[in-house]
Design a protein around this ligand. Structure first.
Ligand SMILES: [Mg+2]
Length: 280
């Protein structure tokens, strides 16, 4: 029974249906309602989507029950679940330990297509040493700013000093302008600026997963909360899938969850849904 079955015919799964109903995203949800769980390949961002955002990225922890939910969901989706994050995969593994999932890190630069596969790094632009140095100097200049060197990207977090947002942005732009040919771009996220390779995106990550079992032949569903996720939304929709954001409805998203807690509860209800039942 799908949520649009208006016949009133029950199928014995009313409790599960109610759980889906409570936690579903606001907005146009009809498209996903017709999917069965075994038809879905699910791609989920980490910070701000699965995880509540902490003041510093190294303070982020998985809330109680989330690791168990993700493990159950990975099994329920027969492996077609991946975390697609701006963090390094090694960092995701620390947060979700002992669980390892298929994952992409640093906005598509890193890929691990199966939970037991090695981490591969894509063809990304190299960040010049003097750009790293100038980004570090920028962070040092503004009390509360934090520079994170991810290898394939640099992040400057300004959550603790929002008054300096525009000054930090201007300085990073000036630094990047000196490397116009380097294939790098400056991306604005939630309380963070990132200098990353223009050659990879979360959309590329989704396409790479979808080219392989167990993701191939399923319909991609991408959930994310930030500008970097928009490329993932677009890739999912181009492949006939669906996109959901968190908090604000971002470009390309069909609907928005209210908060990470709503995403976690919806994922739990999806993991618990009886095989073959339509989603809510
Ligand atoms: Mg996010």
């Amino acid at each position: 029974m799908s949520m649009h079955d208006e016949s009133g015919a029950g199928d014995g799964h009313d409790d599960e249906d109610c759980a889906h109903e409570r936690n579903r995203p606001r907005g146009e949800f009809g498209s996903i309602a017709r999917l069965k769980r075994e038809e879905i390949a699910l791609f989920v961002d980490a910070d701000g989507t699965l995880l509540d955002i902490a003041m510093r990225p190294d303070e982020t922890v998985a809330p109680s029950g989330l690791v168990e939910t993700l493990d159950a969901l990975w099994r329920a989706l027969e492996g077609a679940l991946a975390i697609v994050s701006g963090r390094r995969i090694e960092n995701l593994d620390r947060i979700f330990a002992p669980l390892r999932l298929p994952a992409s890190g640093v906005h598509g630069a890193q890929m691990r297509t199966r939970r037991d596969a090695p981490i591969l790094v894509g063809d990304t632009a190299i960040i010049p040493a003097d750009l790293i140095r100038s980004a570090r100097e920028t962070a040092d200049r503004f009390p509360g700013a934090l520079m994170e060197d991810k290898g394939e990207a640099i992040a400057i977090h300004w959550r603790a000093c929002p008054q300096f947002e525009e000054e930090i942005h201007a300085r990073l732009l000036r630094g990047l302008a000196r490397h116009a040919a380097a294939g790098l771009s400056l991306m604005r996220g939630h309380c963070v600026f990132e200098i990353k390779s223009s050659r990879t995106s979360k959309g590329d990550a989704l396409r790479a997963f979808m080219a392989q079992a167990p993701f191939a032949q399923r319909q991609p569903v991408f959930i994310g909360d930030d500008v970097t996720d928009v490329a993932g939304f677009a890739a999912a929709k181009l492949l006939g899938g669906h996109a959901y954001s968190v908090s604000a409805t971002l470009p390309g998203a069909d609907a928005a969850f209210g908060a990470p807690q709503d995403v976690r509860e919806w994922l739990r209800s999806l993991a618990d849904a009886p095989c073959g039942s339509a989603l809510r």
